[in-house]
Design a protein around this ligand. Structure first.
Ligand code: NAP
Length: 262
């Protein structure tokens, strides 16, 4: 781990849960943290509550809103210091399973992370860390071998991946997704797509480290009160990946700082 003086880090969905705790731990490590949320008032309240941890400033960022992402990228370029870490943490897990749930879930968990990373990657310093907060639910064991192979294809690019998740949404709409080899879970597919995006961006960028993290099952609004881990434990792996130095791994999937399978 390298010296964190003067380093800046951005966290999406920072107003609660793992995002909030990630902001706290990054600030405690000396990073200047930009805690973003889709509700600016909530971001400001959360940042104020972290004042004792270190330097935390609030900003508005709705990962599903192109204009919000563009405005935030302009703000970042104009007013933030050297950006060393981008944590794509914002995520949702919706009840039910139909095409609206699929589109809503992919919209935040996959397209949100893609949009934010594309907008902010140019602002990251050489050797900067992009962290995709993924999940063991993104593992590829619930798919037909043909779909699994398409996710893992080293020739897959962003456009191909967008087309692949579009096929999932179309298959759900037509009631054909199981026959086509997909699981009945928008969340699983969104995280499998996020993992594929991690591999693609890692292959494409020699300048940055792009890694996916599974925080484990964590007590948050999403994880629920029965979850086995505290937010402090869950955020630790995320912060580890966000603060890696020059010899960092690139294009991996980690839990508790150890590589896990796709
Ligand atoms: P959480 O407590 O439900 O928090 C989710 C965060 O995402 C909230 O800050 C929420 O903001 C934000 N968000 C949702 N939609 C957004 C949008 N369009 N733009 C910006 N922010 C948005 O969940 P969590 O457990 O902390 O989850 C954080 C990440 O960890 C997620 O990616 C999740 O999939 C992943 N994860 C969690 C677990 C677990 O057991 N908890 C396990 C594996 C992976 P609002 O307050 O505005 O809704």
């Amino acid at each position: 781990m390298s010296n964190s003086k003067g380093k800046w880090g951005i966290v999406t969905g920072g107003n609660r849960g793992l995002g909030l705790e990630t902001c706290r731990q990054l600030a405690q490590k000396g990073y200047s943290v930009v805690l973003t949320a889709r509700d600016l008032t909530q971001a400001q309240e959360a940042a104020a509550n972290l004042a004792r941890a270190g330097t935390v400033q609030a900003a508005h960022l709705d990962v599903t809103d192109e204009a919000s992402v563009r405005a935030f990228a302009e703000q970042a370029e104009a007013s933030f210091g050297p950006l060393h870490a981008l944590v794509n943490n914002a995520g949702i897990s919706m009840k039910g399973f139909d095409v609206d749930v699929v589109q809503g879930t992919l919209g935040v968990n996959f397209f949100g992370a893609l949009r934010v990373t594309q907008a902010l990657s140019p602002l990251l310093v050489d050797g900067g860390n992009v962290v995709m907060v993924s999940s063991g639910m993104g593992e590829l064991n619930a798919y037909s071998s043909a779909i699994k192979a398409r996710f893992l294809d080293e020739a897959l690019g962003v456009d191909g991946l967008v087309a692949l998740v579009g096929e999932f949404a179309a298959a759900v709409k037509n009631g054909q997704h199981e026959a086509a080899g997909w699981p009945s879970s928008a969340y699983r597919v969104s995280k499998a797509a996020l993992n594929a995006l991690t591999r693609i961006l890692a292959r494409q960028s020699a300048r940055l480290h792009v890694n996916a993290i599974c925080p484990g099952w964590v007590k948050t609004d999403m994880g629920g009160p029965s979850a086995s881990r505290t937010v402090e434990q869950g955020a630790r792996s995320i912060v580890w990946a966000a603060t890696l130095g020059a010899d960092a791994p690139n294009g991996g999937f980690f839990r508790d700082n150890k590589a896990i399978g796709w």
